[in-house]
Design a protein around this ligand. Sequence first.
Ligand SMILES: [Zn+2]
Length: 88
Amino acid sequence: MTIKTIEKLCCPFDISDLNLTIISQDKTENIIEGLLICDTCKRIYPIISGIPIMSPDEYREFKFEQPILERWKKYLEDKKVENFRLIS
Ligand SMILES: [Zn+2]
């Protein structure tokens, strides 16, 4: 997904802006891996294989996302993720 498209996304819960952390991108600057974090509710939406995971909480499986977030720990500044939200 391109940065331009990702920049248009907002949090589906509170319509707040999301902070983008780019983890990897391809030569055409499509974002392959990254993190979107909501300023308001602190929900964290991983971008995996170019797709932002922005489903409602009840359709998300933390056990599937946990290994990815573990791998990207350094981008989370050692904050923990609980209930899909970043907690300090
Ligand atoms: Zn939010």
